[in-house]
Design a protein around this ligand. Sequence first.
Ligand code: GLC
Length: 753
Amino acid sequence: MTKNNRLTSVLAAVCCLFSAAAMRPAAEIDSCVTELLGRMTIDEKIGQLNQLSGYGYAPEMVTQIKNGSVGSILNEVDPEVVNRLQYEAVENSRLGIPLIFARDVIHGFKTIFPIPLGQAASWNVDLVEEGARIAADEASSVGIRWTFSPMVDISRDARWGRIAESFGEDPVLSGALGVAMVKGYQGDDLSRPNTMAACAKHFAGYGAAEGGRDYNTTWIPEVQLRDTYLPPFKQAADAGAATFMCSFNDINGVPSSGNRYLLRDILRGEWGYDGLMVSDWGSIQQMIPHGYSTDLRQAALQGVNAGVDVDMESYAYIGHLRELIESGELSESDIDPLVANVLRLKYRLGLFDNPYVDMASASRFYAPASLDAARRAVEESAILLKNDGILPIDNDKVRKIAIVGPMADAQHDQAGTWVFDLEKERCVTPLAALKELYGGSDIRYAAGLEYTRDRKTNGFAEAVKAAAKSDVIIYFAGEEAVLSGEAHCRADLSLPGAQSALLRELKATGKPLVLVVQAGRPLAFADDVALADAVVFCFHGGTMTGPALANLLSGKVNFSGRCPVSFPRMSGQVPVYYAGKNTGRPASGITLIDDIPLEAGQTSTGCTSYYLDAGAGPLFPFGYGLSYTSFTYSEPELSASTLSADGSLTVKCTVTNTGSREGSEVAQLYVRDHVGSLVRPVRELKDFRKITLRPGESRQIEFTIIPSQLAFHVDGAKTVVEPGEFSVWVAPDAQSGTPVQFTFVESSEFASK
Ligand code: GLC
């Protein structure tokens, strides 16, 4: 090393030691990373790639930390323990490299917000960002500086339990909300101690699991992978998501944890991503049962070659990388970039300057403003699916209210999946909230069933009795939290247990019946919907579910939730989603099974694409939701009837609140490309706007369409827009609206969006 280089490296080492008030400039971070990397042994480098699940201040964990054999720890949430383990890393390991502490903070840490699918139903980007911001402040107050969220997997199959953690079926909505969560977690300076590194997961295609069965294989044509599944990840990367997580599944036979094309060619090569890639729990080891790796040694080699920086709980890297380097199958220069990604994240988080939890402000939970935000999130995510006028419940007129059902007072289950840090006693249930709101009323509560899977009917009589003595029945049904989330898939999407049977008994009383469903997925509950006079759907809402639903049912707050997924008519209909293809025989002349005459002729029911027992299309379409007011949309006006490759189109539409009370509406911009070298979906969401209008108020909203929004993949990263006719809607859901047309006048290619 020349004298000048020596001086530079000394200066770099010195500057890396000084505390930085804000995030260090990227160049300085890179210099610090290079300098530190140069001082690390092979074992210390490998240690940074090893992530373990915490189990307190245990001697063997302390030993590993002091030896530099672990770089990050997940699931340790005791701030005292976090600081003690961090002290061992910073003060008692040779190089003093701080640990990162991580946790699945998926929809809140202590103040639990609606599950992501519920937050998606709010279509409110700012609200989602606010929730993530609050989650980061609470979690970082115990030392968590890395969350494994947002999950931006596209999911079109409600059998898949993890649809609960997704933002639903659409890439544009999912991308917008994923970016909002990244911004909420990371803020504008990731080195601030009350931020968390985001993690875009699960990269990629996890939601395409065959049969909706978790961890199952996926077959995804590359054009569909790039058109549907990758865009929300690209948006998260462009928004600065500090980390990614690879998925458990294989894509067309190659597990993501060993998928060079996905992790290196696309993520690093095409997108230029410089963040950290962490495996999923044990996913490197799971390449053995996948049948992709002979043993853990090969799995470790495949993980490094694919570009998985950090091994979560496989012990593949810590167990085999040194040997792979000594054998020459890997070189130290193969793992240096992986180690650099870890060190860079630690510098970006400011951990070299500020590694400890400030115990003076530790454990900051349940701030009034946080609980208020959590309540607003539920208010904006609950969806009014049906209302014959029974809602809102006017307590001046309706004094006797029966509250029934296993989800009326379910503090644990209303929080939904992925709530490791839930304190259920902080959850306010609908029963508690309605009792408080309708204090002077005659409220009769009878669960009828002990839990949602309950099949015992011995509680029915008491419920029916309460119902018969009341003016209105509010029936809280749904799914327990455990029935959705990871590894919790269902082949039958109806209400579990004897809930539908109880509904029928309640209906038989002849009393007005409001059905309120809390679940982790869209259910196939058409018969229940038909029996109820009003239906509210609330994807598990978290801590403040009760007050929010009470405000909505009473009319203190108006509904504004809209479906982020399509609701199936029957379980056998899934996957069902709006952006499908028209087929050569689109459904028409539907003859349902009970209407088919005896000995009907082979072709008498027509030969088009529908189910004899379910017809075609969803029970409730993507984007759908009712309000206590009503809205009309003018026919969209286009700024031109043609669009060229370098041009743009303005779309104007006037939305009017034609009802008698203020309400919020989600205007959705859809486009259809009528003819393509690959057949295109019948509609694709391109933008949306949530607006609030006073009674009688009209507002013109404006969208802009640019050619790249119309592009689709034809070959690898190449996308094209081809000449031809397009339709445009501005509508309240994916099945409504009056289309107008424009022509795209020339073919053009774009880099992958
Ligand atoms: C789980 C999940 C992943 C989570 C990780 C750590 O198996 O697949 O989403 O972040 O392990 O808990």
